[in-house]
Design a protein around this ligand. Structure first.
Ligand code: GLU
Length: 552
């Protein structure tokens, strides 16, 4: 009896590994091409960190004319959630990180290196487990959970390192005959990898992001095939990333300490090891302390949050690039109109300890992104958002498309476009004064500033309409007339004049403008008032002034 007999008994139907080695040949890509992936578990929740990894993986593959694929790690069958795969894949596609290969919907996949869902790769893992058993590099373990618990209790009592290793690895030293006997007797088994490592020896490893790291060797005989016949993460990682010909494993840094084990597995299986890049999680500052963005505590941890808030995907992407490489910010400043495709992302420039997520900064990025959009784009995006989240706004947008385009066109498309919209959920509040139906509902007071005397305000508004307002005026004439009005009211026509003669004037032309602006919009700060008046039109302006006078 030898290992081969044992392996045949355990996996009688498993194919030779040469079958898979031929089926999934080395990829024929140009020198330096990166083949990478994301390998999410389908939990039904897409964390912003997952999207971040997707962006990085996609970008590196794209930059090097490599391949980006999505593999679903669903070997933990207890955790299955409905539509969880499409949830992840759709987020990636929505954000423009479309996979070249792998899962592309709940059930569909593309590419020649599949299947890309681990639960349907059982045969493959079993072939490789069989191969290891044949070589004497893996063995069946018959320990029950009670026995494992007993071992752990003894180790704890003796204050020694827990785990299944060395003398504690009971089944490791069974003879082949004993193993075969137990299997034939119907004892339940799992498969463990026979570690040749020693805890007192160190291995050195160079991670692309973390740099040189040193760890003790792995000496645990870890489980590679579970009782349900499916692999553990570690084993599936080695087999899949080998067969899918991954060149770079880019993953969360919670896996960094598993590198010694993974290197051992690759070696035991006779695989070439991939390069590793361990990404630090996105962090959040809370009361001066840095902590991971948490699914439970932070709404912004969910990718769905950004759609709900109406933060454009492009802004989220740009911000994530900012987090990934701090050089992105300068690059963007120097190249305001370039596509992000032209930015060269560098793995080795990523933060080692975890970059901070800053919502204020994200919204600033978003303001810039939106400021570059055309009125039509703002309209379409706002409508798409409103259709899901704000019925009233959606209705308004649909019934008044032409008018809305004019509203969104105010101070847009010029050299210094307005930067006051950060998210689609802000739009309504932002432009409400441009719509009678919304303005009517505005219960705020009129925030007059320097000129507050009721008679003066009323005189300014009435005189302006009666004597100065003309729809046809160009901007200069329009402004000259406000100066005239200021003069007529006894205020300074120029700010300079006002400043040079303190005491002579109680207000200046700017203060008169403010009265007009407040009466029109109930705000002291708006985009260009000339453009606003043009869009509102004579009737509405008159109505607003009348209403303002009535409210004095
Ligand atoms: N399923 C693993 C996780 O979600 C994947 C890690 C990897 O990328 O290899 O953490």
């Amino acid at each position: 009896m030898n290992y081969k007999d044992l392996a045949d008994l355990m996996f009688p139907d498993a194919k030779e590994i040469s079958y898979y080695e031929e089926k999934y040949p080395e990829r024929n890509l140009k020198e330096g091409a990166i083949v990478t992936r994301i390998a999410p578990s389908p939990t039904g929740f897409t964390h912003i960190g997952g999207l971040y990894q997707g962006l990085i993986a996609k970008k590196l593959a794209e930059q090097t004319e490599g391949v980006f694929f999505v593999r679903i790690e669903d070997t933990d069958q207890k955790r299955e959630v409905k539509n969880a795969i499409s949830e992840i894949v759709n987020s990636l596609i929505d954000f423009g990180f479309e996979p070249d290969e792998g899962m592309i919907s709940e059930t569909d996949e593309k590419g020649k290196y599949g299947p890309y869902k681990q639960s349907v790769r059982k045969d493959i893992y079993q072939s490789y487990a069989k191969y290891l058993i044949e070589q004497g590099k893996a063995y069946p373990c018959f320990c029950s959970s009670e026995e494992i618990e007993e071992i752990r209790a003894k180790q704890e009592a003796a204050k020694i390192r827990p785990g299944y290793y060395g003398v504690w690895a009971k089944c490791r030293n069974l003879t082949v005959e004993e193993m075969i006997e137990k299997i034939k007797a119907g004892e339940k088994w799992i498969v463990r990898f026979k570690s040749m490592g020693r805890e007192d020896r160190k291995i050195k490893h160079k991670d692309i992001i973390k740099g040189n790291v040193e760890f003790p060797e792995n000496d645990q005989d870890i489980v590679i095939i579970k009782a349900d016949g499916l692999p553990t993460y570690h084993f599936a990682h080695a087999v899949d990333d080998h067969l899918m010909r991954t060149t770079h494993v880019i993953r969360g840094d919670e896996w960094l300490s598993s590198v010694p084990l993974h290197l051992q597995l690759f070696q035991g299986l006779g695989f070439k090891t991939p390069r590793y890049a361990h990404i630090a999680p996105i962090m959040k500052n809370e009361d001066g302390n840095k902590r991971k963005l948490s699914k439970r505590k932070d709404p912004e941890a969910a990718v769905s949050y950004y759609a709900e808030e109406g933060i454009p995907k492009q802004a989220v992407t740009e911000y994530l690039l900012n987090i990934a490489n701090s050089t992105f910010e300068n690059w963007r400043r120097a190249n305001p109109d370039k596509s992000i495709k032209e930015f060269d992302l560098q793995l080795n420039k990523m933060s080692v300890s975890g970059a901070l997520f800053d919502m204020v900064k994200l919204l600033d990025v978003s303001k810039i992104v939106i400021s570059k959009m055309t009125a039509e784009e703002v309209y379409e995006n706002t409508l798409e958002w409103a259709e899901k989240y704000d019925e009233e706004l959606a209705c308004l947008l649909k019934t008044k498309k032409e008018y809305c385009l004019k509203v969104f066109g105010i101070e847009r498309g010029n050299k210094k476009p307005r930067k006051d919209i950060a998210k689609w959920s802000d739009v309504k509040e932002n432009v409400s004064y441009m719509y009678e139906e919304l303005f009517e509902k505005d219960k705020n007071e009129y925030p007059y500033q320097v000129i507050t005397n009721k008679d003066n305000i009323s005189k300014i508004l009435n005189t302006y309409i009666a004597k100065y307002y003309n729809e046809e005026d160009d901007k200069q004439t329009w402004f000259d007339k406000i100066k005239e009005l200021a003069g007529e009211m006894g205020y300074a026509k120029e700010v300079k004049e006002y400043k040079e003669n303190p005491g002579k004037y109680s207000a200046h032309v700017g203060d008169v403008s403010t009265v007009l602006r407040v009466a029109l919009t109930k705000r002291t700060n708006t985009p260009d008032m000339y453009e606003i008046m043009k869009v509102l039109g004579k009737d509405v302006i008159e109505k607003r002034f009348q209403k303002a006078v009535e409210n004095l």
